[in-house]
Design a protein around this ligand. Structure first.
Ligand code: AMP
Ligand code: MN
Ligand code: MN
Ligand code: MN
Length: 280
């Protein structure tokens, strides 16, 4: 089976490795095709592409965009987007623009819970201050000894109902899929098994995603159980969506899967790369 990973993060968003280090790690671990898909930013793509050429692996320009749909935050990955596309760049800038204000509100809420200085603390972990995220706050909470690991940080803080959570309006689903498509890319619904929604709402999400122009869904991803893989293989077929796979790598030892170590995609899936010249 082809060792392909179409979902990964660098320090340009909330990963811990630089784009070059992500590519080097992918290459070391036998990955032949890699997409860097930083949250809401295209910044790391040129350096990653250059490194991929040096390592002799195929590189796919990607991005993972934060979307608000039906009161829920969902993520849409764009694959093979043109990093120079102005509409996509402007769209992503608009998505990023609220992050610092949200971070200030998160820090104020954490202060009410007795945790001081979390904004400078989180920013110290952010390779790209423009992309300050909950992950950086989680790293600060671990470093300052408030929690033992990232997972606990997201259990005790930063999620709905807990200190440090601030609701946020992300981009519109239709807009995001349009930006991706107009930049020559293919839109992929990221890690659907992670959304806490029932069957009917998942079906509605798939209908809306497809109507917006979405073309694929992640079937194999780090947090999917074997049951999720079966469920989304079926749903992909039912909704005539292509299937993608990616680790959602954020850094060594950060809880998500590592690059190049994903289960194979079920044979019943039609891969999102089925018509890519670089792979076939
Ligand atoms: P943000 O876009 O700032 O809301 O941050 C979202 C990021 O937080 C995701 O991309 C994940 O990297 C991270 N995250 C969210 N929930 C969890 C969790 N339960 N465990 C670990 N990381 C999480
Ligand atoms: Mn992340
Ligand atoms: Mn995501
Ligand atoms: Mn991701």
């Amino acid at each position: 089976m082809l060792n392909i990973d179409l979902h990964s993060h660098s320090s340009c968003s909330d990963g811990t490795l630089t784009p070059e280090q992500v590519v080097a790690r992918a290459s070391e671990r036998g990955c032949k095709v890699l997409a860097l898909t930083d949250h809401d930013v295209l910044l790391g793509l040129p350096a990653a592409r250059k490194a991929a050429i040096e390592h002799g692996i195929h590189f796919v320009d990607g991005v993972e965009v934060s979307v608000s749909w039906d009161g829920l935050t969902i993520h849409v990955v764009g694959l093979n987007v043109d990093p120079d596309n102005a509409e996509l760049q402007q769209g992503l800038a608009s998505v990023r623009s609220g992050r610092m204000r949200r971070a200030e509100a998160m820090a104020a809420d954490l202060l009410r819970a007795g945790i001081a200085d979390s904004l400078p603390g989180a920013l110290a972990f952010a390779g790209n201050k423009d992309m300050i995220s909950r992950t950086h706050f989680a790293r600060f909470l671990v470093e300052s000894g408030k929690v033992k690991d990232i997972k606990t940080a997201f259990k005790k803080y930063l999620v709905k109902g807990k200190p440090g959570y601030v609701p946020h309006q992300w981009a519109d689903l239709n807009d995001v899929v349009n930006w991706i498509r107009n930049a020559g890319g293919r839109a992929v619904l990221a890690h659907p098994g992670r959304y806490q929604i029932g069957k009917a709402r998942m079906q509605r999400l798939l209908v809306d995603f497809k109507a917006a122009g979405g073309e694929a869904v992640e079937v194999v991803t780090s947090n999917h159980t074997p049951e999720h893989v079966i469920q989304f293989t079926r749903l992909a077929a039912e909704y005539e969506l292509l299937a993608s796979c990616g680790s959602d790598f954020h850094g060594p030892g950060e809880g998500y899967a590592d690059i190049g170590r994903l289960p194979d995609m079920p044979g019943a899936c039609k891969p999102v790369w089925h018509d890519w010249a670089i792979v076939n």
